[in-house]
Design a protein around this ligand. Structure first.
Ligand code: NI
Length: 170
């Protein structure tokens, strides 16, 4: 495994719609493993393949205190409710925003071994799924903020709180 470099705005690869993974094999599994290592090295809650320059529909997520996991070809099939949450992104360092997200979502896709996956999520997991799947469509969270007063520079962060996650901030 290897931690990779995370692309930042305005890299055009972040804006490209990613393509479906045709099959899950050793090379796409290695990519997912590298993404997990990169996410952990950066202290993120999630990472999408376009953020490391791969235009493929793969996301990885790790909720604090839980195991990391990958979803290949993830798709949100149901969204319920709406709430405003604080969000940050490893590709937009130094900023945070208030974004409207669903209260709960159901996501379908395939796991690391290629088995079909169905995730019912709420809270941080639902937020992370929406944020990371947005990345696969070239959407970054500031795109979802209409009121520009809700997108701000984060100042005076100490080392510990420095962008602790992708998809959410503590
Ligand atoms: Ni992000």
């Amino acid at each position: 495994m290897a931690a990779l470099k995370v692309l930042t705005e305005p890299n055009p690869l972040l804006r490209k719609k990613a393509v479906r993974v045709p099959f899950i094999d050793k090379s796409t599994q290695k990519l997912a493993a590298d993404m997990v290592e990169t996410m952990q090295a950066e202290g993120g809650v999630g990472l999408a393949a376009p953020q490391i320059g791969k235009s493929l529909r793969i996301i990885v997520i790790q909720i604090p205190e839980e195991e990391p996991f990958a979803v290949f070809n993830p798709e949100i099939v149901k969204r319920v409710g709406e709430r405003e949450v604080t969000e940050a992104c490893l590709s937009i360092p130094g900023y945070e925003g208030l974004v409207s997200r669903s209260i709960s979502v159901i996501t379908k896709g395939f796991d690391y071994n290629g088995k079909p996956l169905r995730i019912k999520a709420e809270g941080l997991l639902a937020q992370a799924l929406e944020h990371e799947i947005d990345h696969l469509d070239g959407i970054l969270y500031p795109d979802r903020i209409e009121d520009k007063n809700k997108f701000f520079v984060v100042e005076n962060r100490d080392e510990e709180s420095l962008i602790t996650c992708d998809g959410n901030s503590p």
